[in-house]
Design a protein around this ligand. Structure first.
Ligand code: GTP
Ligand code: MG
Length: 381
C-alpha cells in the first residue's frame, strides 16, 4: 500500500538578509526604531543602533545584542567632539559591527546619520570606509538626514561641512552611494518631535525593502537581481520620495487610477532632496503598496507612463506589493543619479563670518550693560 502524503513539503526557508542597517545618533536611531516596528523588516535586513546611554532604551524594536552605547549623553551637536569620540571608541565599534556582519554573512551596509549632529555625522563617514577598505563589505551606502533650513546657523554649517566630507568620500570611491533625505522635504515634516517625519521615512524604506521579498504566492514583482542592482546602486547620489492616500468608501476604478497617477507625480515632484530630478535622474524605482484589487496592470502602466513623462532621461522600473484589506494606497520611489543644490541653499543662509559676528553681538550687549527689560520698555513707548 502506498501512503500518500497530502501535505506538501515546505522546507523552512533560511533567512537571507540583504544588508545591515546601522543607525547612529538620535535622529537616525529614531528612524531605525520606527522602521523595525514593521513586521518582517528584520527578515530583510539586520538593524544596529549606536547611540548614547540615556537614549538607548527608547529603541525597543532593535534586539538588545544589536545596540552599542558610545557615550553618556551625546556630543551636543559638536562635530569636533564627535571626531574625538571616533578616535577613542571607533575601533571598538568597528569590531562589534564586523562580528555581526560575519555572523549574518553580510557584505552590504547602509549607514544612517544626521548631517548636522555631533555623533553620527562623524561616526558613520568614518566607519563605512573603514569596513570597505578592509574588505568586510563591498557596498557601503550612507543615508544622510539633512536639517531643516530653519534649524539655525550652527546646524546648517555642520551640515555644509558634512556635505563637503561626503563629496570627498564619493569622489575617492570610499563609499558607493549617498542617499540624501532632507527633513524639510518629507511630507508632514514636524520638526517639533519628528515623529511623523520618521514614520514617513520608515514607511518608504519598509515598502522598498518589502518589495524585494516574494509575496505569499512566492511571486516577486521584479527580477530580484535587477531590483537589488538598483537599490544597492553604486557611485551615485540618490534620493527617495513617498506619498499616500487613505481610502474612504467605494471608489470607481477610474478614480483609483487617477489617485495612483497623482501619488506617483507627488513622489517625483516632492522628492526628498529638492532636486530637479526631471532632467538628471538616471534610474527610478517605484513601488505601489495597496490592496491587491488596486494592483492592476493598468494602474502599474499608468505609474510607468507618469514617471516616464516627468523623468525624461531615466529608466523606470515599477513594482508592487499587495496588502489585502489595506485602506491606504502608497507609492514609494528611489531616484538614482540626481543633482541637487543643497549645499548652496544652506550657504545662502549661513554668513561666512558667522562665528565672528555672533561673538561681537554678544560681547557688545554685555559690555554696554544694556538692560534687556529697560530696552524693551523704551521700544514700547
Ligand atoms: N528625521 C529626524 N531628524 C531628527 C530627529 N531628531 C533630530 N533630528 C535632526 O537631526 C539633527 C541633529 O542630529 P542628531 O541626530 O540629534 O545628532 P547626533 O548624531 O545624535 O549627535 P549629538 O546629539 O550631537 O550627539 C537636527 O538638525 C535635526 O534636524 C528625528 O527624530 N528625526
Ligand atoms: Mg544626539
Amino acid at each position: 500500500m502506498t501512503i500518500l502524503n497530502f501535505w506538501p513539503f515546505v522546507p523552512l526557508k533560511p533567512v537571507n538578509h540583504l544588508a545591515m542597517d546601522i543607525f547612529a545618533g538620535t535622529g537616525s536611531s529614531r528612524i531605525g526604531n520606527a522602521l523595525y516596528g514593521y513586521r518582517r523588516m528584520n527578515r530583510i535586513k539586520v538593524p544596529v543602533i549606536i547611540t548614547s546611554k540615556i537614549e538607548i532604551d527608547e529603541y525597543r524594536n532593535i534586539p538588545k545584542g544589536n545596540k552599542f552605547v558610545v557615550s553618556r549623553d551625546g556630543n551636543g551637536k559638536d562635530r569636533e567632539k564627535g571626531e574625538e569620540m571616533v578616535s577613542l571608541r571607533g575601533h571598538e565599534i568597528k569590531s562589534f559591527i564586523v562580528d555581526l556582519l560575519q555572523e549574518h554573512d553580510l557584505k552590504t551596509i547602509f549607514g544612517f546619520c544626521t548631517g548636522s549632529g555631533g555623533t553620527s555625522s562623524k561616526l558613520i563617514p568614518w566607519l563605512l570606509p573603514e569596513l570597505r577598505i578592509d574588505g568586510y563589505v563591498d557596498n557601503a551606502t550612507i543615508f544622510a538626514i539633512m536639517p531643516n533650513i530653519s534649524d539655525g546657523h550652527e546646524l546648517l554649517s555642520n551640515a555644509m561641512n558634512f556635505l563637503e566630507e561626503m563629496a570627498l568620500l564619493l569622489d575617492n570611491k570610499k563609499i558607493d552611494s549617498l542617499v540624501l533625505i532632507e527633513n524639510g522635504r518629507v511630507v508632514n515634516n514636524d520638526s517639533s518631535d519628528y515623529s511623523k517625519t520618521n514614520l514617513a521615512i520608515a514607511r518608504c524604506l519598509e515598502i522598498i525593502g518589502r518589495s524585494l521579498l516574494p509575496d505569499s504566492n512566492g511571486r516577486v514583482a521584479l527580477d530580484p537581481s535587477d531590483a537589488k542592482k538598483l537599490i544597492f546602486s553604486k557611485s551615485s547620489m540618490l534620493t527617495m520620495g513617498y506619498a499616500n492616500l487613505k481610502m474612504g468608501r467605494k471608489h470607481s476604478d477610474s478614480l483609483i487610477t487617477g489617485y495612483i497617477s497623482d501619488l506617483t507625480r507627488r513622489v517625483i515632484t516632492n522628492n526628498w532632496a529638492g532636486a530637479e530630478i526631471e532632467s538628471n535622474c538616471k534610474r527610478a524605482y517605484f513601488v505601489l503598496r495597496a490592496d491587491p484589487r488596486y494592483l492592476s496592470s493598468n494602474n502599474l502602466e499608468i505609474m510607468a507612463k507618469v514617471a516616464k513623462e516627468l523623468l525624461h532621461n531615466a529608466s523606470v522600473t515599477i513594482s508592487d506589493y499587495a496588502v489585502p484589506r489595506s485602506k491606504i494606497i502608497e507609492v514609494a520611489g528611489i531616484f538614482v543619479g540626481i543633482q541637487t543644490d543643497i549645499w548652496s541653499r544652506y550657504k545662502q543662509l549661513v554668513p561666512d563670518d558667522q562665528t565672528q559676528e555672533a561673538e561681537d553681538n554678544c560681547s557688545a550687549r554685555i559690555a554696554l550693560g544694556i538692560d534687556e527689560k529697560q530696552e524693551e520698555a523704551e521700544h514700547e513707548t
